[in-house]
Design a protein. Structure first.
Lengths: 289, 395
């Protein structure tokens, strides 16, 4: 049981961090960013290049991933999403644009980093073993703690900083925020950059554990969408809850249902369908959007 | 007068240069060979090594004047299609090959893709060289598919037997991704292990290919305390993570797979935890490699920056196609001629030292010669490199 809980918490922390960026962008701009998974992969490859190829410290790679993805996010918002949102009132325009960016990033990643699985050396060696009841490598513990710290930092930023308040106002009511003097364009750009930065950060963190490859983008996006569907799209606390719930469900399912074959995700998807039939807005989302 | 001469000279020079240009462009006829396989996603390394091997060899042939078929030198052009490991796209790829008039295709890389393209290949007279193991592709009445490597039901028993005899393995566990290839490889591996008298302590645990934490996946398997953990059909992307998780969970036994892996990927993803990992290698070792194989590796590395060990096997398919056509030039656009030649075909193997031959095998497994003969090289990983554990031959 201890092992199941620890696995669930570790998975939940990384999932929540992935979902946070996606839900932030959705809440600010009503954009379903299908390229979120590709941004995560890009972040992983940047860290890989800096740490494994250039031999620099892991923290440098992590910061570089965060900065590069933040810049990429800002540029994507300013030059792609902003003009499209201005010219088209249809939601599918931004969805198509996001899907196009996902394909584009896949091609760029293939060109820049190749098709192979990549990974960086373990940042901490050793395994925590509590009498065979709980086994957890130290690097996973460190990554889990870092993920939780980043989530806490993000919540603090959103809660107590001027930028965070402005973004929350924007998420609640775009027009009202504009009337109150919030620079909508500026904070949309900052929000998108922040969302992309979170994707890059988690990609950089997880490259030490799972490695990274070109094909991880799509499945990562799907899981991130599942989390925000569970928690409620556009709600920060919902994304965190969704991440931890999915992580815990996966951990329990993989242990309890292992003897029946790979039915964990079948059970999760079936549960999700039933859940959404009763609560389509997710746990913390509002029925009116 | 001077002006007229100048005009005439200019016109003549222009005609002459166009004529020379025409001569320059009237190069060798082109022989198109197709590739349909996966070059993106988690299994991209499998198809990319195919495509790059073919492109390297084609560039080499073209650079040295073309491939001689019945006294005519042909430039080889590789037409590639990424099926993204999706059977629907594999069919589209094979249809594209048919539209291009191509009769010889390398790929697909996985079972469902290879099975899906069979009707298209047969209807359009295409011989294809899959890296997939379903026996029905290679047994009569099927006759257009030629297995491009050693199948897991050929390599698996050889590995288990070796480990039983040399390492005292008695209990084995299988873990597979929840996809058609790994699952079928797990089933045939488990059956082969039981036939050899091994105790199979776990063969029901599977995982999603996009799993980011294998600890919960492997926990029940490790608790079954096998001597040997077989990662059935594991992709190069998942292998390092699985090895790492198994070792971190305290598993001290042997770990093996029947798929080819990449040393650099294992080193980066699992480091020294991957030491001792057993896999089927590319069909070459330093002892087996001829000068031509060494040059191929060199050219590949120059062309793409980094070599892939799998290409030791993947280099063969194109060579077999070209050598078989050279043996019977009527096979250029007639695959029935190609099939007829396969039964008796034999040519020197340019990638191996000694008197090794290129020849089609498969009578034992398929009842007809529908497999290329490549050495079965079983490797063990040590400190970033593969070392040869043993070499065997398959018929």
């Amino acid at each position: 049981m201890e092992q199941i809980l620890a696995n669930g918490l570790y998975l939940g922390a990384q999932y929540a961090l992935i979902a946070l960026g996606l839900t932030l962008i959705f809440s600010l701009m009503n954009v379903l960013n299908f390229a979120h998974g590709q941004m995560y992969v890009f972040g992983g490859f940047v860290t890989y290049t800096i740490v494994a190829q250039w031999g620099m410290p892991f923290i440098v790679g992590l910061i570089a991933s965060a900065v590069m993805l933040a810049v990429m996010g800002a540029l994507i918002e300013v030059f792609l999403f902003r003009p499209v949102i201005r010219k088209s009132k249809r939601d599918e325009s931004t969805m198509l644009l996001a899907a196009g960016i996902a394909f584009f990033l896949d091609a760029v990643i293939l060109l820049l980093f190749g098709e192979k699985q990549r990974g960086v050396p373990k940042i901490v060696n050793g395994v925590f073993n509590w009498d065979m009841r709980l086994i957890m490598p130290y690097d996973r513990i460190l990554i889990g703690v870092l993920a939780i710290a980043i989530i806490a930092g993000f919540i603090a930023l959103m809660q107590y900083s001027k930028t965070g308040r402005a973004m929350r106002a924007l998420a609640q009511d775009r027009v009202a925020a504009q009337l109150m003097g919030v620079d909508v364009d500026r904070y949309s750009m900052i929000g998108f950059a922040l969302g992309a930065m979170l994707a890059g950060l988690v990609g950089g963190l997880l490259v030490t554990i799972t490695g990274v490859n070109l094909g991880m983008g799509g499945p990562t996006s799907v899981k991130a969408f599942m989390m925000i569907m569970i928690g409620g799209a556009g709600v920060i606390s919902g994304a965190i809850a969704g991440g931890f719930i999915l992580g815990m469900m996966e951990s329990i399912g993989l242990t309890v249902l292992a003897v029946y074959g790979d039915i964990t995700y079948l059970a999760i998807f079936a549960s999700l369908m039933v859940f959404l039939a009763f609560r389509p807005q997710g746990l913390m989302g509002k029925p009116w959007g | 007068m001077l002006r007229r001469t100048l005009l005439k000279t200019t016109a003549l020079a222009a005609v002459a240069s166009f004529a020379m240009l025409g001569t320059a462009f009237a190069e060798n006829p082109v022989l198109k060979i197709g590739f349909v396989g996966v070059t993106s996603g988690p299994a991209a390394a499998w198809g990319t090594s195919n495509q790059r091997s073919m492109e390297t060899r084609a560039a080499w042939i073209n650079e040295t004047g073309g491939y001689d078929i019945a006294g005519t030198k042909y430039d080889v052009q590789i037409i590639s299609f990424d099926d993204q490991k999706d059977p629907k796209r594999a069919i589209a790829g094979m249809e594209q090959m048919a539209q291009e008039g191509i009769h010889y295709v390398v790929g697909p890389n996985v079972d469902d893709g290879a099975a899906a393209v069979r009707p298209v290949a047969e209807q359009n007279a295409i011989m294809y060289f899959p890296y997939a193991f379903p026996k029905e592709l290679y047994t009569a009445p099927a006759s257009n598919a030629v297995l491009g490597m050693v199948a897991n039901y050929q390599s698996g028993p050889a590995i288990y037997k070796y480990l039983m005899d040399n390492n005292g393995v008695k209990k084995v566990a299988f873990v597979a991704a929840n996809e058609s290839d790994p699952l079928s490889q797990r089933d045939s591996g488990s059956a082969a292990a039981k036939a050899l008298g091994l105790e199979v302590v776990s063969d029901s645990v599977t995982y999603q290919v996009d799993t980011t934490d294998f600890t919960p996946v492997l926990l029940p398997v490790i608790q079954a305390a096998p001597d040997l953990l077989v990662l059935s059909g594991v992709s190069p992307a998942n292998a390092p993570q699985l090895i790492r998780s198994a070792r971190e969970l305290g598993f001290a036994g042997l770990i093996s797979t029947e798929t080819a892996q990449d040393a650099a990927v294992l080193q980066e993803g699992a480091g020294e935890l991957a030491n001792g990992f057993i896999s089927v290698g590319g069909a070459s070792t330093p002892e087996l490699a001829s000068d031509m194989m060494k040059e191929f590796v060199d050219r590949y590395t120059k062309m793409f920056g980094e070599y892939n060990d799998e290409s030791n096997t993947k280099v063969y398919a194109l060579e077999y196609i070209l050598a078989t056509i050279a043996a019977n030039p009527a096979a250029l656009d007639n695959v029935d001629e190609f099939k007829a030649t396969m039964d008796t075909f034999e040519a020197p193997n340019p990638y191996m030292v000694g008197d090794a031959k290129l020849k089609y095998v498969g009578m034992t497994s398929f009842g007809q010669k529908r497999q290329v003969s490549v050495p079965l090289v079983v490797n063990t990983f040590k400190d970033g490199k593969f070392e040869t554990l043993f070499v065997a031959q398959v018929d």
